[in-house]
Structure formats: C-alpha cells, structure tokens
Design a protein around this ligand. Structure first.
Ligand code: IMP
Ligand code: MG
Length: 177
C-alpha cells in the first residue's frame, strides 16, 4: 500500500521497509566497529524508538546492553514541554559507554533537556543514534553521532512513529500529503 489514512490525514510512502532496514544495518555495522571491545549500553526512548531499537540491536555484532526508558515532562500537573524526568532508568551509568536511541530528532528540545541529566551520572561516553533527523527544524544545539536519514520538515508516521497514537505498526515510513 503506497498511501494510508491515519486519523484525519493522508500519508504516502517515503521510506520503504527495505531502505530502512538497509540503513539500520549500516548504522549497526558502524556502531559495531566504533564500539569493538566495549560493551555499550543502549538507552532507547519509548515509545517511538522501539522498532528501530529492536532492528538496530539485532544487527550488532558486539556485546551490548539495552534498556528502554520513557521521558515525562511535568510542571505541577501540567506538561511544561521540558523533560524533567525519566521513567525506567535503573542502570547506574557511571563509567558506561552509553548510546541513546531515538526515533526522530525534530526541534531537539527533548534530548537537549534530557542529556544533562544523564551526564550528571558521569558515563564514560554518551552518544546519540537517531533514525530520523529533521535538521531544518532543529533549533536546540545537539550533536548527533549516528543519523539514519535526514528528512524534510514534514510530519511522518510508521516504523514506530505515531500520529496521535496510531500508525506505529506500519513497516514503512510515511510522510503527510
Ligand atoms: P523534539 O522536537 O526533537 O524534542 O522531538 C520530540 C518528539 O516529537 C520526538 O521524539 C517524536 O516522538 C515526536 N515527533 C517529532 N516529529 C515527529 C513526526 O514527524 N512524526 C511523529 N512524531 C514526531
Ligand atoms: Mg520520541
């Protein structure tokens, strides 16, 4: 299927399953080389990155750990849009080689606010792997170490990414028409 409807919007295929998987494999190769002899800890950010994290992890040929976390932004009872806390991070990051796994970096706000909290735990290194990057939209300073695809500033769904809760199960990545 080359177009899909999710809620009220129509989407068309932007990245096929084969193209995504080939790129994910290449990222895994690069990471496996860069981290040869190390045992990095991948921290995948839910919900969006679950599919990318799974495929990336499968393609690694080094020893590695994986955990999933959720970010929450609260100010009193109201979301402030600023990430203040993470749920599910039980590992002590001190001295660890950490790789953050994200589905997409848009404005960069989420990671910009969250990274200092991780740095506080003094990991040995901290890198970011994101499947998608809307570089035109990124206004927060952020160094991205592994980027799958640099994409235009248009809304996308599929391969883990949602539009208002739906569309995550699509094997391809679709762009809004
Ligand atoms: P940020 O603007 O870089 O902080 O991105 C915040 C979050 O917005 C990402 O982790 C995604 O969950 C979500 N997001 C941004 N752009 C898209 C998109 O095109 N489709 C689906 N989710 C998106
Ligand atoms: Mg996300």
């Amino acid at each position: 299927m080359s177009t899909v409807k999710v809620h009220d919007k129509q989407f068309e295929v932007y990245l096929s399953e084969a193209v995504i998987l080939e790129r994910v494999k290449a990222l895994a190769e690069q990471i496996s080389q860069d981290y040869a002899g190390k045992k990095p800890l991948f921290i995948a950010i839910l919900n969006g990155s679950f599919m990318f994290a799974s495929d990336l992890f499968k393609q690694l040929h080094i020893e590695a750990e994986l955990c999933f976390i959720k970010l929450a932004s609260y100010k009193g009872m109201k979301s402030s849009g600023n990430v203040v806390t993470s749920i599910g991070l039980e590992d002590d990051l001190f001295g660890k080689e950490v790789i953050i796994v994200e589905d997409i970096v848009d404005t960069g706000k989420t990671l910009h606010h969250f990274l200092p909290k991780l740095m506080h735990q003094q990991p040995k290194s901290l890198k970011i792997a994101t499947l998608l990057h809307k570089s035109e939209a990124t206004t927060y300073p952020l160094a991205l170490d592994y980027v799958g695809f640099d994409i235009p500033n248009k809304f996308v769904v599929g391969y883990g990414l949602d539009y208002d809760g739906l569309g995550r199960n699509l094997k391809e990545i679709y762009q809004v028409i």
